[in-house]
Design a protein around this ligand. Structure first.
Ligand code: UGA
Length: 434
């Protein structure tokens, strides 16, 4: 089949490459000419394990190419996927301007029936508005809008695209559903379950999934506070409750909480939409999830300042990690940078080391190595749990720092090992002493 993928950042690039791997002819469209040029040369514009080899394979095979020109895809594609960003607007609602720009560009060019499959995360009720506008721009053509939300995680984008947990297809007609089943015939044949539903449910499934993941994280962080207060160990607690299959161990890692380009903005957009629809109970619930998340960042920053009796001004602080999670160079809504910002605002001399993420700005100094980051530091904070940091030998750094004090904001370092090397280790939620 001929498949167009509109928007080629993290989501779209992985989706386009995945569609080519499934055997389709794919054209990716983006408004950023530089991104199109890089992708056409078989390279990735983002750090994402396995993406570049797949882009290289299919740009070379001739099955995948990228363009800025909508006229190349309009009547060519059997399915047009919308994969553009829906960032947060000032009001907290999703900013749909990129989605609307796609409709305005594509609509007037369509003269053949086609399926428009939305993958971007949008507030429930968006698709019918898009449908009406397509009907105005391409009257009588037979353009059908449906929703096929995306669940891929950054750092696992290729794996999640090729072997998703489920495929959600929200459509009005059996014909659109059937066309989408053909698009996904490879994973469907491999046993990936399909949930076919109405469009509103499909739009909601995506935000419900992200809200539930955020809830799990905030729940375990609230339990971390309880462990801290009562003298317990939240990691052992998570292990124990995670053995219960109904609960599961995933997304029960306590620490700095969630960040990234999706969870924070998606739950805010869901709360905003819930308020618009007078579902106060959901909006309030999500408000609590978000407040707990913010509280974790504040608490870790306060712990750091507390190490210097409230005055961290001029102290060199070493921050390990800047990306919002390991495996990516993405720093959007990064919990690590949020803590670093607070410390810089309090006057600390903040140095950051991250194996992939670039941190620009006047508030920090990006260290070229862990050694440079830690040299003469008066406090070390571990804020993004890259495997590299777990492999460090704390003895190697004992003489490099000025104070052997470590705040492990991700609860992932081997506390006893660091303590044996003479470090004071602080992990919120691990107050128990065995
Ligand atoms: C998230 C969802 O997991 C994907 O299913 C979804 O498709 C995607 O958003 C999206 O909407 O596009 P992602 O933003 O890549 O994926 O990040 P996650 O792996 O969900 O992690 C989010 C944050 O939660 C990270 O900051 C991570 O460090 C934090 N986290 C995760 C915890 O604090 N504790 C945990 O136990 C797990």
């Amino acid at each position: 089949m001929n498949v167009a993928v509109i928007g080629t950042n993290y989501l779209g690039a992985a989706h386009a490459a995945g569609m080519a791997e499934f055997g389709h002819s794919v054209i990716g469209v983006d408004v950023v000419p530089e991104r199109v040029a890089v992708l056409n040369s078989g390279r990735s514009t983002v750090f994402e394990e396995g993406l570049e080899p797949l882009l290289a394979k299919h740009t070379a095979s001739g099955r995948l190419r990228f363009t800025t020109d909508y006229s190349e895809i309009a009547d060519w594609a059997d399915v047009h996927f919308i994969c553009v960003g829906t960032p947060q607007s000032d009001s907290g609602a999703a900013d749909l301007s990129q989605v609307w720009a796609v409709v305005e560009h594509l609509g007037p060019l369509l003269t053949k029936p086609t399926v428009i499959a939305g993958k971007s995360t949008v507030p429930v009720g968006t698709a019918p508005h898009l449908q009406s506008r397509f009907d105005e721009l391409a009257p009588g053509v037979g353009v059908e809008v449906m929703w096929n939300p995306e669940f891929l995680r950054e750092a696992f984008a290729v794996k999640d695209t090729l072997t998703p947990d489920r495929i959600v297809l929200g459509a009005r007609s059996a014909a659109a559903l059937e066309r989408m089943r053909q698009v996904y015939s490879v994973p469907i044949a491999a046993g990936v379950p399909v949930v076919a539903c109405d469009i509103a449910t499909a739009e909601l499934i995506k935000v419900a999934a992200n809200a539930f993941l955020a809830t799990k994280i905030s729940f375990i962080n609230a339990m971390a506070q309880m462990c801290q207060a009562a003298g317990g160990d939240v990691t052992l607690l998570a292990d124990a409750i995670g053995h219960d299959k109904r609960i599961g161990r995933e997304f029960l890692n306590a620490g700095l909480g969630f960040g990234g380009g999706c969870l924070p903005k998606d739950i805010r957009a869901l709360a905003t939409r819930a308020r618009e629809l007078d579902v106060a109970v959901l909006a309030d619930f999500i408000g609590d999830v978000e407040a707990i998340n913010e509280g974790q960042r504040r608490e870790v920053a306060e712990l750091a300042v507390g190490q210097f009796d409230g005055d961290i001004g001029g102290r060199k602080v070493a921050v390990l990690g800047a990306a919002f999670k390991p495996g990516t160079d993405d720093t959007r809504s990064s919990p690590a940078l949020s803590v670093a910002d607070r410390l810089a605002a309090a006057g600390a001399d903040v140095w950051i080391f991250d194996p992939q993420a670039q941190v620009a700005g006047p508030n920090f100094t990006q260290a070229a190595s862990i050694e440079e980051c830690l040299r003469d530091a008066e406090l070390v904070l571990h804020l993004t749990e890259w495997p590299l940091f777990r492999q460090l030998d704390p003895a190697d750094y004992a003489d490099l720092v000025r104070n052997k004090v470590l705040i492990d904001g991700r609860l992932k370092l081997d506390r006893e090992r660091w303590q044996r090397a003479g470090w004071k280790v602080i992990q919120l939620g691990r107050a128990a002493t065995l």
